[in-house]
Design a protein around this ligand. Structure first.
Ligand code: FE2
Length: 615
């Protein structure tokens, strides 16, 4: 009998995971409860949820595990400060209060958060050990090489490891300040996006640019070794001692200061994005080749923030260095909570591990709260919300598909919330991928942004090769692959001209395929395959969509507005539905139509939108 609570906190994306007797009972990120995106605070609400889900009290727990070693991290902070002193005093002083108050006293803080009712030991796993555990233990492989890459955890910024049976071992690490994650984040910062959340935008921007700075990056900024390790020239970076990622030398190298965040994106930013993406891909490929040499394993597991770079992942798969690769859906720091718990269960307690292809351990990553029809009904009635209840699923799906096919934007709220940064069909906004107007409609009316990025598709798993050049499942939306040639459109002269427009929104709106809303300018798509075993009703919805329309692909975007964490409760979903221009909201078996809802005043709407800071 073992009841293990895994925690990650105090960096970004705090989270909790509960494992009972080898089963992952619950996992969630704190931001979903506090409604503060990437909330780094102690995951009090997520812990409460996990214990509730498991029917446990704090005193029932056998182990609490924290996903990194705070003293080692403090050591890095001190040494780095001393190496650059007196430069860096300001950022050092800014970081100190939280360290002195909380981070250096983690056992005390953890016990306090558990109401003083947990009296057993607290285990601290290494940061990259936690990432590696989250990547290997839930994977379908009995043996695999493991590659973790992120900004930094304690001293390490990447690791190569080996997993076999119920054990993992880290064989090699790369040390701070040399870091692929921080290098990518430096370009995120320089191109005017927010570090630790805008990396996705930079990756989405890359297909618009030419990789013309690759040589400059490799000559000046970073020495990329044959084994994928890197030595950064710290003359150009400021993250050891300052409050910014890059410095004046970096500006001089790339012809001016960083782009300010809401200003126009120019060709320079596009070319920088394409260049750093290419350098990153090359580093990942080299590290992967080296991991194969070191371990001789046929499979690869990846984790850490860089493993969320699904373009690099897709390339890694196509390069066939390994027979197959696997990435956990919470590949970033939230996943450390899961990794820590798995590490205790397998590595420390030596429980047997039986890997299989059925995703038994994390079950599609649908590990968060769910809400019954009765709970939803009580909420809707208490607020006098007009709605239609369809106990018959067929009827529910038929109505939903009817709305989608009529180019309506549908909020889809079903089952357990996803653990990890992507919406996978439990808290999603969905629409018709064939629609030409969907791209701009969803951007402007729902996300309140004008984006240069297309949306991600959900496709029936059995149809993935019909639409995309991909021959396997991608249930976690962590692989990018090309849209099939026969679906691509010939561009007219006018469209070709539009593809050179300085305004990227015009380029992305050019119809490039028969599923334009999900096709990027380089003809790629960030794919989620959907199957009945993992996704249940979501799968049946897309199957019904295909039955009515002949198309097995839909748009899947996260259920939130810009800057808002993905919705967690029916109340969150309803608020977001009212404040945006979503047409229909499906809450389990209830359907709500916007036309039947009370008018929301402009002031109320503005208040809601203003409550989230832009990301
Ligand atoms: Fe990390």
């Amino acid at each position: 009998m073992s009841r293990i609570l895994g925690l990650s906190a105090f960096y970004h994306d705090s989270a909790a995971t509960l494992m009972v007797d080898g089963r992952v009972v619950a996992a969630a990120q704190e931001e979903r409860f506090t409604r503060k995106k990437h909330d780094p605070n102690f995951p009090k609400h997520a812990v409460d949820y996990c214990l509730r889900e498991g029917g446990l009290q704090p005193e029932d727990l056998d182990y609490v595990v924290f996903y990194d070693k705070p003293l080692l991290k403090f050591d890095r902070l001190l040494e780095t400060y001393l190496a650059f002193a007196p430069a860096g005093l300001r950022s050092f002083l800014m970081a100190m209060p939280l360290w002195l108050k909380t981070k250096l006293h983690l056992p005390r803080e953890v016990r306090k958060a558990l109401d003083g009712r947990y009296r057993k030991n607290i285990v601290f796993t290494g940061h990259h050990e936690s990432h590696a555990a989250s990547a290997f233990f839930p994977s379908p492989f009995d043996e695999a090489a493991i590659l973790t890459m992120d900004g930094v955890g304690e001293w390490d910024t990447a690791s190569i490891g080996h997993g076999k049976g119920n054990k993992i071992e880290l064989l090699k690490t790369l040390r701070f300040p040399h870091s692929l994650g921080l290098l990518y984040s430096a370009f995120t910062y320089f191109t005017g996006f927010r570090v630790n959340s805008g990396e996705y935008k930079l990756m989405g921007l890359a297909p618009y640019g030419e990789p013309k700075y690759v040589d400059l990056i490799l000559d000046q900024l970073v020495d990329l070794k044959p084994d994928g390790s890197l030595a950064m020239n710290m003359k150009y970076f400021n993250y050891c001692q300052g409050l910014t990622m890059t410095n004046g030398e970096f500006d001089r190298l790339f012809g001016g200061p960083p782009r300010s965040s809401e200003s126009m994106i120019t060709q320079r930013e596009m070319d920088l994005a394409a260049s750093i993406q290419k350098v990153t891909e090359e580093a990942v490929l080299r590290m992967a080749r080296h991991a194969r040499e070191l371990t001789g394993a046929k499979h690869l597991c990846l984790a850490g923030g860089v493993a969320l770079n699904c373009v690099a992942n897709g390339l890694l798969l196509r390069e066939k260095i390994f027979d197959d690769i696997w990435i956990p859906p919470p590949a970033g720091d939230a996943g450390g909570a899961l990794g820590g718990a798995l590490f205790v269960h397998y590595q420390l307690l030596e429980n047997q591990r039986r890997p299989g292809g059925s995703d038994r351990l994390i079950r599609g990553s649908l590990l968060g709260p769910e809400f019954s029809n009765d709970e939803i009904d009580r909420f809707l009635k208490s607020q006098n919300v007009p709605h239609h209840f369809h106990p018959d699923e067929k009827e529910l799906l038929a109505r939903t598909v009817e709305a989608m096919a009529g180019e309506k934007v549908v909020g889809w709220f079903q089952g357990r919330m996803e653990f990890g940064p992507r919406a996978l069909g439990s808290r999603s906004i969905i629409g018709d991928a064939r629609s030409e107007k969907m791209q701009s409609q969803m951007n402007l009316r729902i996300k309140f942004r004008e984006s240069f990025r297309p949306f991600a598709p959900s496709v029936l798993a059995e149809d993935v090769s019909t639409y995309f050049e991909l021959d396997r499942e991608s249930p976690y939306m962590l692989l990018v692959a090309p849209v099939r040639r026969e679906l691509r459109c010939e561009l007219s002269e006018e469209q070709k001209r539009a593809m050179k427009d300085p305004d990227l929104r015009r380029r992305v709106n050019v119809k490039r395929s028969t599923i334009p809303a999900i096709t990027h300018v380089d003809m790629s798509a960030r794919i989620q395959t959907v199957d009945e075993e993992r996704h249940g009703r979501y799968y049946r919805l897309i199957r019904e969509f295909k039955r009515q329309t002949g198309c097995g692909v839909i748009i899947n975007i996260s259920f939130n507005i810009r800057g808002e964490p993905i919705v967690c409760t029916p109340q969150d979903a309803y608020r977001c539905f009212l404040a945006s221009d979503m047409d229909v909201l499906v809450l389990e078996n209830h359907i709500l139509y916007k036309t039947e809802q009370p008018e929301v005043s402009k002031a109320e709407r503005a208040k809601y939108l203003g409550s989230f800071s832009l990301d």
